[in-house]
Design a protein around this ligand. Structure first.
Ligand code: DX5
Ligand code: ZN
Length: 229
């Protein structure tokens, strides 16, 4: 059996105040990761930020950047986001014709830069777990979307829980050190369900930035996740 994975909270800055990003980032310094949502207006209907803004965020963030690419042809932009400061780089299975190769390429670019860059495969709600079954060895993290990506503040889709259980089962069976992340609608009310299904990394936008005391919000989420995992 693999070692018990660490519970990590990854606040999504999509819900932060972009004008005051430096102080917003300072308010979440107790979080293990900083989740950065990149949207291209094609893969998802919303448009957010590109590499120069990711680079600025990297300069001000205290924790590693968990960059979530919701873009078409992500393979074209791997170097740009890694050079901008991504420590974890997530690509959607639905956007990659060669997911296995793209995940491997993320690690290789990191090696060429003499940095550790962790590869992450992301699944939309309608994509079955099987889409990553044959790429697990190339992935450092799997992200199960618990909303249809594009916007913050949506409701958690409970029907994703069996998918999380299936993927955690494969990770355990093969003894892999893969983190299993959930993203979308995570709150104090549902984090325990996601954790007991096997998730150990939790993206939270509204649930963190919607609270005045971010440190407390992060602590409460982590505590509930730890108890249920
Ligand atoms: C959705 C994004 C999420 C979003 C999460 O497309 O990938 O990361 O910011 O926000 P909440 O936690 O508010 O659902
Ligand atoms: Zn995200």
């Amino acid at each position: 059996m693999s070692q018990k994975p660490r519970i990590q909270i990854s606040p999504s800055i999509l819900a932060a105040d972009f004008v005051n990003m430096a102080s917003e980032l300072a308010s979440i310094e107790s979080a293990e990761l900083v989740h950065v949502d990149v949207m291209d207006g094609h893969f998802v209907p919303n448009l957010t930020i590109g590499p120069p803004v990711v680079k600025a965020i990297k300069g001000a963030a205290r924790s590693p950047l968990d960059v979530h690419l919701m873009i078409e042809s992500p393979e074209t932009y791997l170097e740009a986001y890694i050079d901008a400061g991504a420590d974890i780089l997530g690509v959607h299975a639905e956007a990659c014709s060669h997911l296995h190769g793209t995940l491997g390429e993320i690690r290789k670019i990191g090696e060429r830069r003499e940095r550790t860059v962790r590869s992450c495969a992301v699944l939309n709600p309608s994509t079955p777990a099987a889409a990553v079954e044959y790429c697990l060895e190339e992935a450092d993290q799997i992200l199960v979307m618990t909303v249809n990506p594009g916007f913050g503040g949506q409701s958690f889709i409970d029907a994703m829980l069996p998918k999380i259980e299936t993927i955690r089962g494969w990770i355990e069976k093969r003894g892999l050190a893969i983190d299993l992340e959930v993203d979308g609608g995570v709150t104090l009310d549902n984090i325990a369900r996601a954790a007991s299904a096997g998730a150990n990394v939790f993206v939270a936008g509204t649930a963190v930035f919607g609270q005045a005391d971010r440190k407390l919000a992060i602590e409460q989420l982590r505590e509930k996740g730890e108890k249920a995992f």
